[in-house]
Design a protein around this ligand. Structure first.
Ligand code: OFO
Length: 169
C-alpha cells in the first residue's frame, strides 16, 4: 500500500521518464537526419531504456493497487546542435531526473514507505550509470573536438549499442 501523495509523485515520474524517451527519440531523429547513424542508434537505445523506466514505475503503481494516471508529454526543444551539445543537454536532463528520483526517496522516507524506498534503489543506481555514460561521451567528444575522423570513429562505435531490458522484479 502506498499513499495518494506517493502515487501522484510516481505518476509524475512516469511522465518525466516518458518525456525522457520522447526527448531521446527526437535526438535520434536529428542524428539520422544529419547522417550520424551511430549516434542515432545510441539515442534510440536510450529511448527504449527510458520507456522501460516508465514501465517499471507503471507496473509498481499497479502492483500497489493504485491508479496509473497518464498526462500530456511536453514537446522536446528540437534544436539540438552538435553531438557535444546534445550530450551536454542529455547530462543536464539526467541530473534533473536524478534530483527528481532523490525527491521521491525523500518522500518515501518521510512517509516511512519502506516498499517504495526499496523500489527506488534501482533508479538511484541507474542514474549513477546514466550520468557516468554522459560524462564519458562528453569527455570523448571534447577530445576529438572538430576532428571529423574522430567523430566518424565515435559514430561507428555507437552503432554497436544494444538495448538490454532491465530484469523484472
Ligand atoms: Fe535517463 O533515466 Fe530514466 O529518465
Amino acid at each position: 500500500m502506498i499513499s495518494k501523495k506517493m502515487t501522484e509523485a510516481l505518476n509524475g515520474q512516469i511522465n518525466k521518464e516518458m518525456y525522457s524517451a520522447f526527448l531521446y527519440m527526437d535526438m535520434s531523429a536529428h542524428c539520422t537526419y544529419v547522417g550520424l547513424n551511430g549516434f542515432a542508434n545510441w539515442f534510440m537505445v536510450q529511448y527504449q531504456e527510458e520507456m522501460s523506466h516508465a514501465m517499471k514505475i507503471y507496473d509498481y503503481v499497479n502492483s500497489q493497487g493504485e491508479k496509473v494516471v497518464l498526462n500530456a508529454i511536453e514537446k522536446p526543444p528540437g534544436n539540438f546542435g552538435t553531438p557535444l551539445e546534445m550530450f551536454e543537454a542529455t547530462l543536464k536532463h539526467e541530473q534533473f531526473i536524478t534530483a527528481s528520483i532523490h525527491g521521491l526517496v525523500d518522500l518515501a522516507n518521510e512517509e516511512k514507505d519502506y516498499a517504495t524506498q526499496i523500489f527506488l534503489q534501482w533508479f538511484i543506481t541507474e542514474q549513477i550509470e546514466e550520468e557516468a555514460n554522459d560524462n564519458e561521451m562528453i569527455a570523448k567528444l571534447k577530445l576529438v573536438g572538430k576532428d571529423g575522423n574522430g567523430l566518424f570513429m565515435i559514430d561507428k562505435e555507437l552503432e554497436a549499442r544494444v538495448f538490454n531490458p532491465p530484469a523484472k522484479e
